[in-house]
Design a protein around this ligand. Structure first.
Ligand code: FES
Length: 174
């Protein structure tokens, strides 16, 4: 009787320890599965699109990559081709060129010249226009456009909105 109650107690104690252990292990596993807070925050970059000046390139950062943001002037919008317009991100009445700032040839960072309204990649002389489209080879395609979602005056990089989906479907970006 004494023995069995002792066994009962030990059994319960062991069960309780095992239970705590199991919960602890599950918690540890969940912690491992959950993305780190910094990764979660790094996955998305929110840009306030009301903060940019026309024809002034700003280099933002998203997932460790440079992101070119260029607010177009009314003159640029008026003179651009249909293909260039197709690459625009429109927020209200404003047109923006937003792209990953890495040359599609071998990954150098092209420089923007506001007077010429275009980019020059110093590595092998590739050129892009103010829409990020190729003007001069060797780059095989225009600058890639990161996944984006328009939320009011903000642009969330890393989220996929209908405008980005349409660009992908139309082959405007990879
Ligand atoms: S890396 Fe830009 S032209 Fe070669």
């Amino acid at each position: 009787m004494k023995n069995s109650s002792r066994r009962g107690f030990m059994g319960k104690a062991f069960g309780a320890v095992a239970g705590v252990g199991a919960v602890g292990a599950l918690y540890a596993m969940k912690k491992t599965w959950d993305p780190l807070p910094s990764v979660k925050a790094a996955g998305f970059t929110t840009l306030d699109m009301s903060a940019y000046n026309e024809n002034e390139l700003v280099v933002e950062k998203w997932r460790g990559k440079p992101i070119f943001v260029l607010k177009k002037t009314a003159e640029m919008v008026a003179k651009q081709t249909k293909e260039q317009t197709a690459r625009d991100i429109k927020i209200g009445d404003n047109h923006f060129m937003v792209s990953i700032g890495l040359c599609t040839h071998l990954g150098c960072i092209p420089a923007y010249n506001p007077d010429e309204e275009g980019f020059l990649c110093a590595c092998h002389g590739g050129q892009f226009d103010f829409s990020g489209d190729v003007k001069k080879s060797p780059p095989p395609r225009g600058l890639d456009i990161p996944p984006f979602k328009i939320v009011g005056q903000k642009l969330v990089l890393g989220e996929v909105g209908p405008e980005y989906t349409a660009m992908k479907e139309n082959g405007i970006t990879l």
